[in-house]
Write a protein that binds this ligand. Structure first.
Ligand SMILES: [Zn+2]
Ligand SMILES: [Zn+2]
Length: 293
């Protein structure tokens, strides 16, 4: 299993001299199986650079799994240039939108209107196939199998476990671990805590023993104080997750748009020092860097 980060930034693309090292594109991860099946997790702006690499190799088959439909995870889809060439096969997977009741096809239908984009979906040359996924139900894409798990975020967000070639990866998309909204002396505290504990156990089981755990680590503890409930995790919550899941390697991603290379370097050094005896390795996800598992 080869994994390449194509976009590691959260919320908004941040090109410029202060993000050259880690990259400024929003979320996109490329996975290649041993027989070269192409699985793409999320279609932030990072998918455009991937498309540039694919264009000389057409026709291609791509399986694109969308964690959720916030802009930073879908904005690159209309710029995934293989959709404009005949003969490619593009499958897009995602969850059911709880508000509209529509499947993942909505993320293209909404973007490909003249109000937002100059080309309509009917004009695309490649046939797109949409697949609505159910939580916990495994699907196959080439030689890989992918299982979605609902993770806490303000919109339906699937974390994906990807298995292929005897290896495994879990990507959270955007995820704030659930917490008790009641104080210990309030009557609903204990019942709510049992729901939180059950959900955390379900998530840990979905991530169990992966080779690579890629986690939304948007905030420091200090930043989180004013951003609780915004749907994102912290470096600390990612470390806890990796320990509970018995992951071999933890990647911090969804870097804050205002975080410079220098700040990410400093944070990484600090995290490495604080966690030198952790039973897993840690890495800052960095655009363009490939890992083999
Ligand atoms: Zn995001
Ligand atoms: Zn989001």
């Amino acid at each position: 299993m080869k994994v390449t980060f194509r976009g590691v930034r959260g919320s908004i693309p941040t090109p410029g001299p202060s993000t050259l090292k880690y990259g400024g594109n929003t979320t996109c991860i490329e996975i290649r199986t041993a027989v070269d099946d192409l699985i793409i997790l999320d279609a932030g702006t990072g998918i455009h650079a991937l498309a540039q690499r694919l264009d000389p190799k057409l026709p291609i088959q791509a399986h694109i799994f969308i964690t959720h439909t916030h802009w930073d995870h879908i904005q690159g889809l209309p710029f995934f240039t293989p959709i404009f060439r005949p003969g490619n096969q593009i499958d897009i997977y995602g969850g059911l939108d709880p508000v509209t009741g529509e499947g993942i096809e909505r993320c293209m239908k909404v973007q490909l209107q003249y109000s937002f984009f100059p080309i309509r979906e009917a004009e695309l040359k490649t046939k797109l196939s949409y697949h609505t996924l159910l939580p916990g139900k495994t699907v196959t894409a080439g030689t890989a199998s992918i299982t979605p798990t609902i993770l806490n975020h303000p919109v339906l967000n699937f974390g994906y476990r990807v298995e292929c070639d005897g290896h495994s990866l879990f990507f959270t998309g955007d995820y704030e671990p659930p917490y008790n909204i009641y104080q210990p002396d309030e009557p609903d505290h204990n019942e709510y805590q049992s729901h939180v504990d059950a959900k955390l156990a379900e998530v840990a089981a979905a991530m169990a023993n992966v080779d690579a755990l890629i986690v939304d680590s948007s905030y420091t503890d200090q930043e989180y104080l004013s951003k609780r409930g915004w749907g994102h995790g912290t470096y600390r919550s990612a470390l806890t997750m990796a320990a509970q899941a018995n992951a071999a390697k933890l990647f911090f991603t969804h870097h804050e748009p205002g975080r410079t290379d220098q700040e990410l370097d400093r944070l990484f050094q600090q995290l490495r020092e604080e966690n030198h005896d952790a039973p897993f390795q840690i890495e800052m996800a960095r655009e363009g860097v490939e890992y083999t598992f």
